[in-house]
Design a protein around this ligand. Structure first.
Ligand code: CTP
Ligand code: MG
Length: 380
């Protein structure tokens, strides 16, 4: 038995009026569509996830889901056209969850409740009670409707695949705002399961502020610490913080031996407990011989981004008698900021000597320390 999911993300987001269609705007550290995509892709009971996007939105999706393999198909003019394209691609799936990309915060428990409900029903939807008074609108206020008899209907909506595909093909009504009404029109019973307030849909610009505020409580601050030493030798290049310096000696090591970037990589990896630089780029592996350490930094940066993390600040201390770091500090800050996609105000670079004491004092090597501060989302 296979269970698939469709994320409809082919809308224009006209009511939100954001710069790019709302499903590709960032919220709580990543693109709106990436939130639900991760939740569905990582759910153990879901075998396949397909994203439906608008024609020409391929690059936006690639940016939103960067780093991971994903499946997509081009949708249509109305939401129901987009859903149908997804259903056609998923021919062969037994059950399908249909979800709005514009509802980024999708608790795993809702997914489980929906899938469980399909044991006894052809379809199931998450619902919430109506808490406000509901009344008819006219020139003046009209009659009140009994809110106890009504529910808010959310997505994902879950169906047997054959049921919802034929309901779509048979639908003759005006453009439908959800799929359950099509299943009902085709004569199928749709079960109600408990929804979640976190599943609200981003419709207007103000909803983005609400989303950020709701997720703010879930940000956790993490720090990571890094330290590294490389030997100074004649005839080597000297790379520090991604900048090549002219000096009598250079640093030796398997890669370009940029001791500062190596300490930085360990600090970044430390924030997400992802091991150390040697675990990711073994010195025994010939492909890293002479490699630019900037690649290691980009890798650590991408690992943090893949976990929905945001780098807030990094601080590097170089420990050496020579060369003097001060004249190069601004260039180094700019280079590190560029590598981490931060502003220079988020990058600190300092230097100190050890008063001619010890290995750095004797000029045998250069040491570097780094500390990184990031935020990650820890949600249900
Ligand atoms: N959607 C879609 N294809 C369409 C229209 C909508 O895939 N032709 C998707 C949207 O991307 C969204 C979901 O359906 O994830 C719910 O639609 P809605 O909130 O109305 O989004 P938009 O249509 O993009 O917004 P608007 O109506 O304000 O333009
Ligand atoms: Mg719409």
């Amino acid at each position: 038995m296979s269970i698939a999911a469709i994320i409809v993300a082919a809308g224009k987001g006209e009511r939100a009026g954001t710069n790019r269609p709302k499903q590709f705007e960032r919220v709580a550290g990543k693109a709106v569509v990436a939130h639900a995509w991760e939740r569905l892709s990582r759910h153990p009971r879901i075998d396949r996830v397909i994203v439906v996007i608008g024609d020409g939105q391929e690059a936006l999706l690639a940016e939103a889901l960067s780093g991971a393999p994903y499946e997509y198909v081009i949708g249509g003019a109305e939401r129901q056209d987009s859903v149908r394209r997804g259903l056609e691609v998923l021919a062969g799936a037994d059950k399908v969850l249909i979800h709005d990309a514009a509802r980024p915060f999708l608790p795993a428990a809702v997914i489980d409740r929906l899938i469980d409900a399909l044991d006894a029903h052809s379809g199931a939807v998450p619902v919430l009670p109506v808490v406000d008074t509901l009344a008819a609108k006219g020139d003046v206020l009209g009659d009140v409707t009994d809110r106890a008899a009504l529910v808010h209907v959310q997505t994902p909506q879950a169906f047997r695949h054959d049921v919802i595909l034929s309901a779509h093909l048979d639908w003759l009504g005006p453009p439908a705002t959800d799929d359950a009404q099509m299943a009902r029109a085709a004569g199928h019973g749709v079960a109600l399961i408990e929804g979640d307030p976190a599943l609200f849909k981003l419709t207007y610009k103000a909803d983005f502020e609400r989303a950020e505020a709701m997720m703010a409580q879930h940000w956790q601050t993490r720090t990571g610490l890094g330290f590294d030493v490389h030997r100074l030798e004649i005839g080597e290049e000297l790379w520090l913080c991604g900048v090549k310096l002219e000096h009598s000696h250079g640093l030796s090591g398997h890669s370009d031996a940029d001791v500062a970037l190596h300490a930085l990589v360990d600090a970044l990896l430390g924030t997400i407990a992802a091991g150390d630089i040697g675990a990711h780029f073994p010195p025994s592996d010939p492909q890293w011989k002479g490699a630019a350490s900037s690649r290691f930094v980009e890798h650590a940066r991408d690992l943090i981004a893949a976990r929905g993390g945001m780098i807030d600040h990094v601080d590097i201390t170089l420990i050496c008698e020579a060369p003097k770091i001060g004249p190069h500090r601004d260039r180094m800050r700019e280079r590190v900021a560029e590598l981490l996609q931060l502003s220079t105000s988020q990058v600190s670079i300092k230097a100190t000597t050890t008063e001619r004491l010890g290995m750095t004092g004797r000029g045998e090597g250069i040491a570097a320390q780094a500390i990184a501060t990031i935020r990650v989302q820890e949600i249900r």
